[in-house]
Write a protein that binds this ligand. Sequence first.
Ligand SMILES: O=C(O)COc1ccc(-c2c[nH]c(CNC(=O)Nc3ncc(Sc4ccccn4)s3)n2)cc1
Length: 313
Amino acid sequence: EENPICKLLNIKYPIFQGGMAWIGTAELASAVSNAGGLGIIGAGHMPPDLLRAEIQKAKRWTDKPFGVNIMLMSPFVKEVMQVVIDERVAVVTTGAGNPAEYLPALKEVGTKVIPVVASVALAKRLVRSGVDAVIAEGTESGGHIGDITTMALVPQVVDAVDVPVIAAGGIGDSRGILAAFALGASGVQMGSRFVVSEECIAHPNYKNLVLKAKDRSTVVTGRSTGHPVRVIANKMTREYAELETNQASVEELEKFGAGRLNMATHKGDVENGSVMIGQICGMFHEIKPVATIIEELVGGIAAVGERVHNTLK
Ligand SMILES: O=C(O)COc1ccc(-c2c[nH]c(CNC(=O)Nc3ncc(Sc4ccccn4)s3)n2)cc1
């Protein structure tokens, strides 16, 4: 029967490209939507006018649905919420917080709201507030993370809510998609895989570091600030760990961390910048066009299903 996410959003494949600050631009989002998935513009800490410009570019480059991810820790969160309402963006995903206070205004204009959750408790709270689906994101993910793995979080969220669940965190190929559906998800969200795509505007140094990365290349910084973030280990993370060991204050740590993501994504300084990526990064060895990535993800599922069926007897 029809997939509930494809039905809800009128998309061909239930494959979301995770909204990523600085690199989740209209180029990447429109390519993913044109290939049949859901491209998502990452608002990050963008001021409202910059986000409006990105949305209007996406409207020119695709006539398919696309989303905007709103990072709830952004200083511009109220203004960018107004932009997505004014622009009648079809889908809003949210991260790093609780979007409940914004739901009435978004639902009033028919915008679908799909928050990222990192716990069953938050999933239940937000479903009670009226969200259309939830993205259950495991700690394997890049960037700002919760503590629970995808393998453990997804089935427990599926059992706890009656809206469709999208799995995220550590999903890199057709095997991950089939596994997510086995756990009860109706869709997947991927970030790292789309970082190493041709259409992603991240600096070549960023992409090449990801291509060279292995399963154990990431570390988590900022646990002591309450905002744990998964990044590739480099000179910056070693200095950051030093600060945390010496009990630096939250203010000192946040000052040290400010501006580091842009340093890596746009200036290509991958030693002093913050190279956010998930634990699945060791799986990727080639930068590919988005259309090829999606074609291979979807095309590979039958073979994985066949293998599972034959080896589970
Ligand atoms: O319980 C509550 O009220 C809210 O608790 C939450 C706790 C965690 C989450 C969560 C986990 N993962 C996500 C979605 N992913 C993300 O948001 N990934 C991000 N990467 C970089 C970002 S920018 C940033 C943000 C903080 C510190 C440094 N940089 S945001 N949301 C959502 C809600």
